[in-house]
Each structure stands twice: as structure tokens, then as C-alpha cells.
Design a binder for this molecule. Structure first.
Ligand SMILES: CC[C@@H](C(=O)O)C(=O)SCCNC(=O)CCNC(=O)[C@H](O)C(C)(C)COP(=O)(O)OP(=O)(O)OC[C@H]1O[C@@H](n2cnc3c(N)ncnc32)[C@H](O)[C@@H]1OP(=O)(O)O
Ligand SMILES: [Co+2]
Length: 138
């Protein structure tokens, strides 16, 4: 059912500082432009690597879903893994049928396709994002 690893989410208190770190550490890092996603409560910046992406996320205000994570981890850190699936509604039904807590209804994510999250306590401590493939495949 699971397809490719689409991205690794990394929470940070400052995308500007994290982006600069990636540029300094990896001289040829393809660091994109940051943009706001108010519907998700985060500011986002993608770093492209050959087989996946690092998704830097910074909270947009105290209501952000990553506010609590950064309160516990003020310097930031690895926040979630995102896998692609061919059909978001079939994937949601799959997890729910197995007793996993799906966090809300599918909504449009940073790649323009529907996403949902599965609670980390049901996934061995890993917050898991499920994303409908932008290529209509997995
Ligand atoms: C850029 C847009 C989009 C994309 O297209 O890619 C994104 O990626 S948006 C990313 C941000 N959005 C989300 O994370 C939405 C889903 N998240 C949530 O609903 C909540 O963050 C949460 C997972 C339910 C956690 O809620 P919160 O209130 O912050 O924390 P708690 O303290 O209640 O946490 C309970 C429990 O879970 C542990 N936890 C929390 N976050 C994580 C995490 N990222 N990874 C692993 N574990 C996590 C937390 O430590 C608590 O455990 P205990 O202390 O043992 O109770
Ligand atoms: Co993500």
C-alpha cells in the first residue's frame, strides 16, 4: 500500500537559519524558497536531495500543530515521515480499519495533493504523513 518516501519533515524555530545551515553544510544543496501554508499552520521550505526531500517547517503562530513539538524540542528536530499512496481515501480507510488514529480529514498539503497524518503513538513513535502521489501513481 505504501509508496515512495516523499519527504522527511524537520521542525525548526527558524527556516532562515536552517536553510542557511543546509547551504553551508552541503555546498550544492538545492534549497527552495520558503512559503506560508496558513491552512496547515506552518511556513515551509524544501531541500531537494536525489531520492527525496527534506521539508523544513516553522510554526505560523501559537496555534500551529508544531508549536507543542518545538516547546519540547526548542532547537527543532525530525518531526515526521511522509509516504506516497495512490488513493488517499483508500489509505485512510486502511489505517482506520487497523485501529490507527487518523488525525482529521484529508486536506491539501504543500505539494498540492491531499494528505493526512497518523498519530505517532500508533506508529512506533513516528508521526506519519500520508500523501496522495502527485504523479497519480505510487
Ligand atoms: C507543510 C504542510 C504539510 C505537508 O504537506 O507536508 C505538513 O507536513 S504540516 C506538518 C505539521 N502538521 C502536523 O503535524 C499535523 C498533525 N499533527 C498533530 O495533529 C499534532 O502535532 C499531534 C501529532 C497530535 C501532536 O499533538 P501535540 O498537541 O503537539 O502534542 P502532544 O504533546 O499532545 O503529543 C502527544 C504525544 O505524542 C508525542 N509527539 C508529538 N509530536 C510528535 C512527533 N512529531 N513525533 C513523535 N512523537 C510526537 C508527544 O511527545 C506526546 O508523547 P508523550 O510525551 O509520551 O505523551
Ligand atoms: Co510534511
Amino acid at each position: 500500500m505504501l509508496g515512495r518516501l516523499n519527504h522527511v519533515g524537520v521542525a525548526t524555530p527558524s527556516i532562515a537559519q536552517s536553510a542557511e545551515r543546509y547551504r553551508l553544510l552541503f555546498g550544492d544543496a538545492a534549497v527552495g524558497e520558503a512559503f506560508d501554508l496558513p491552512a496547515q499552520g506552518v511556513r515551509v521550505c524544501f531541500v531537494d536531495v536525489p531520492n527525496t526531500q527534506v521539508e523544513l517547517i516553522e510554526p505560523l503562530g501559537a496555534d500551529s500543530p508544531i508549536h507543542g513539538f518545538l516547546a519540547k524540542n526548542p532547537a527543532g528536530g525530525q518531526h515526521h515521515l511522509c509516504y506516497e499512496v495512490p488513493d488517499i481515501h483508500a489509505a485512510k480507510a486502511w489505517f482506520e480499519a487497523r485501529g490507527m488514529r487518523v488525525l482529521g480529514e484529508p486536506r491539501i498539503g504543500a505539494h498540492g495533493t491531499p494528505i493526512f497524518f497518523v498519530h505517532p503513538k500508533d506508529m512506533g513513535g513516528v508521526l506519519t504523513e500520508i500523501m496522495e502521489s502527485p504523479r497519480g501513481e505510487h
